[in-house]
Design a protein around this ligand. Structure first.
Ligand code: IMP
Length: 431
């Protein structure tokens, strides 16, 4: 048996979809454990580009794919992806959805928009997919779970109760129209019937797979710095992208996790608001954005770009107990004469090596850089560590040194074949 958790080590969009795709080929089961349709994975297979928001990209390898209890499921998005995959010839009967996952309702999205608009300068830059309001309902115990949606009487009761409340808020607080009960009911009961065949006790499915000696891959969405507790609160998402989230969001104990792989770009990007110490607001930032096509998969927004931040990575490695790093987009950074890595911050006149707690402090941090020689622009066709330019190898070695975690995977392009595996990842942890 061997289990691997994939965690975003930065602010999301690190290329987790590609690394998941690479590791999924070697796995038996792939589990998505948190977030919702706010995530976006792009995987390129041959000439086809796949864009998925909810269903784990392991489906492209025909693997058992699980949407765990920690996910907030938008049934419309899920069913659209099922259709999208079927149209492209992929079997979808390998997908399992937890009955304990919460359902995104239309009012969650509406409230997400209205609340964000009302935040003014304090806006978070959410994806407006209803993520925050859905997790809020979950914590407040007023959420509707997939199992409730499948039980018509229960769904009718919960929907009526919630709309009574939500419509009052929409009408009286925001002065907008509320939702029609019958209309939402009809729409969602339609989803329920199509969703039913996928729903099962996923906690059992996953634990049984581990007991049977299978390889299970847990796929995180977003990234460490967007974690509700460990990220730059309040500029975060409402779930737990860090490794512990894999346990909560799937029903697997921490003693059963073997490896935690942190995925990081060779530079940093962030979409949405909040502090970002190494952000480049100059030509180099624009150069990275253009060269890396740094525009959001879900929202199309231009991503903020900057140098690699080793303080962020060191922190991410520690809060998730990372055992390996996967560095993506090494090719994007190619062609620069020199590259920089942020090795520490200057905070209120003092040098700090560790991530301070809180967005306010991080916003006052100034990066302390180390400069390294750059490498040539074209890395395509390179498939072995030995083939990489010496400067690129030096860069990767320096990252591993600064973070204290070995680099186990390197991606140098969009294609499946452009991922170098430097070490075996599915290895049981000595117990
Ligand atoms: P929410 O998850 O839509 O509530 O958005 C909260 C914050 O997380 C915003 O800054 C979003 O831009 C960011 N975010 C959410 N999902 C992703 C993602 O998949 N990649 C990058 N940023 C994300």
């Amino acid at each position: 048996m061997s289990t691997v958790v994939i965690v975003g080590a930065q602010w999301g969009d690190e290329g987790k979809g590609k690394i998941t795709d690479y590791l999924a080929e070697r796995a038996d089961v792939v589990v998505r454990y948190q977030g919702g349709a706010n995530a976006g994975h792009t995987v390129v297979v041959g000439d086809t580009e796949y864009r998925l928001h909810l269903i784990p990209s392991g489906i492209l390898h025909g693997k058992r794919c699980v949407i765990g209890n920690g996910v907030v499921l938008d049934p419309a998005v899920f069913l659209r992806e099922v259709e999208y995959l079927e149209e492209r010839g992929h079997a979808v009967d390998a997908i399992a959805v937890s009955g304990a996952a919460h359902v995104i309702m239309p009012y969650h999205k509406r409230l997400d928009e209205l609340e964000e608009a009302g935040r003014g300068e304090d806006r978070i830059g959410t994806t407006r997919q209803g993520i925050g309001p859905a997790y809020r309902d979950k914590a407040a115990r007023t959420g509707i779970r997939v199992e409730d949606l499948l039980d018509e009487a229960q769904f009718r009761r919960l929907l009526r109760r919630n709309l009574d409340q939500v419509n009052r808020v929409l009408e009286r607080v925001y002065g907008v129209e509320g939702y029609d009960y019958e209309q939402v009911l009809e729409e969602y009961l339609g989803y329920a019937e199509r969703l039913r065949p996928f729903v099962t006790d996923t906690w059992k499915l996953i634990n049984d797979a581990i007991d049977a000696g299978q390889r299970v891959l847990f796929e995180g969405a977003q990234g460490t710095m967007l974690d509700l507790d460990h990220g730059t609160y309040p500029y975060v998402t409402s779930s737990y992208p860090t490794a512990a989230g894999a346990c909560i969001g799937s029903g697997v104990g921490p003693t059963r996790i073997d490896q935690v792989i942190g995925v990081a770009k060779a530079y940093t990007s962030r979409v949405g608001d909040g502090p970002f110490p190494t952000e480049l607001l100059d030509e180099t930032g624009e150069w990275i954005r253009r060269r890396g096509h740094e525009y959001g998969t879900t929202t199309g927004r231009p991503r903020r770009c900057g140098w690699l931040d080793a303080v962020v990575l060191r922190y991410a490695a520690r809060v998730s107990g990372m055992t390996g790093l996967a560095i993506t987009r090494l090719d994007t950074l190619g062609g620069l004469e020199t590259v920089r890595i942020c090795v520490a911050y200057e905070l209120d006149g003092r040098r700090v090596e560790d991530m301070p707690t809180g967005a306010l402090k991080l916003a006052r941090c100034r990066p302390v850089y180390e400069e390294l020689p750059g490498w040539p622009a074209d890395l395509s066709g390179l498939t072995r560590w030995e083939d990489l330019p010496a400067e690129a190898r030096r860069y990767l070695e320096r990252i591993a040194e600064l973070v204290g975690v070995p680099v186990v995977l390197v991606s140098v392009g969009r294609e499946r074949a452009q991922t170098m595996g430097l070490r075996e990842v599915f290895v049981p942890r000595p117990r």
